[in-house]
Ligand binder design. Structure first.
Ligand code: GLN
Length: 204
């Protein structure tokens, strides 16, 4: 599609407004997605942080569950943060719940601890990725990635554990890049939108 990218932000619940603001800081236009027709014409989509179990209920109520699944599998760029990452995982535990499976990862909800354990932490970026070698991440009752399958690449870690992954056009973070001004992960998503075949990562 010609012209400037238009990014959908799933806006049923959670920190969708912060995502819209974070993308505006890169000059990217957004549209809130609340029903299937809102998906038409989008260049990519953001699944924000919030409460993944509530999002699942609202997706069903809005008849958005299947159309969103189709969009997530369409090859257009997806940024999934925190609860969004949980929605994209292959398997969810603690407790188990359904998910789209577009990221070959297993996640435990709230696995990085409860609210009291939330905060900003230093991350290490795997060598050779188009990201600064160090960056920070805001973790809020964040999902812990328990396992990463072959098709999914780990881009960054916290204490040696995967917290930023990519599989094809789907970029997933356990943390909240949208809460930091012009975070490198938001920048990397914006690059994927403007050059759909750009690699955030180089293969090793
Ligand atoms: N704990 C939330 C969940 O399980 C995710 C938290 C977040 O998105 N900040 O869905």
């Amino acid at each position: 599609m010609a012209g400037e990218p238009l990014v959908g932000v799933l806006a049923l619940q959670g920190d969708f407004a912060e995502h819209a603001q974070a993308l505006a800081a890169f000059g990217v236009a957004t549209r809130y997605v609340r029903r299937a027709r809102d998906l038409v014409g989008l260049s990519g989509i953001v699944l924000p942080g919030g409460e993944s179990s509530t999002m699942l209920k609202l997706l069903a109520i809005q008849d958005l569950e299947a159309p969103l699944g189709e969009f997530l599998r369409s090859g257009r760029p997806v940024l999934a943060t925190c609860a969004g990452l949980i929605l994209c995982a292959r398997k969810v535990v603690a407790p188990e719940q359904r998910s789209y499976g577009v990221l070959d990862i297993e996640v435990a909800r709230n696995g990085w601890g409860r609210q009291i354990a939330s905060g900003t932490f230093a991350l290490a970026v795997r060598p050779g990725k188009e990201l600064p070698t160090t960056m920070s991440g805001v973790f809020i009752r964040a999902p812990r990635i328990l396992g990463v399958g072959k098709g999914c690449e780990v881009l960054a870690t916290r204490d040696g554990e995967a917290v930023l992954v990519r599989q094809g056009a789907v970029l997933g973070a356990s943390f909240h890049p949208e809460l930091e001004f012009r975070h490198p992960v938001m920048e990397s998503f914006v690059r994927m939108l403007v050059q759909p075949h750009a690699q955030t990562a180089t293969s090793d």
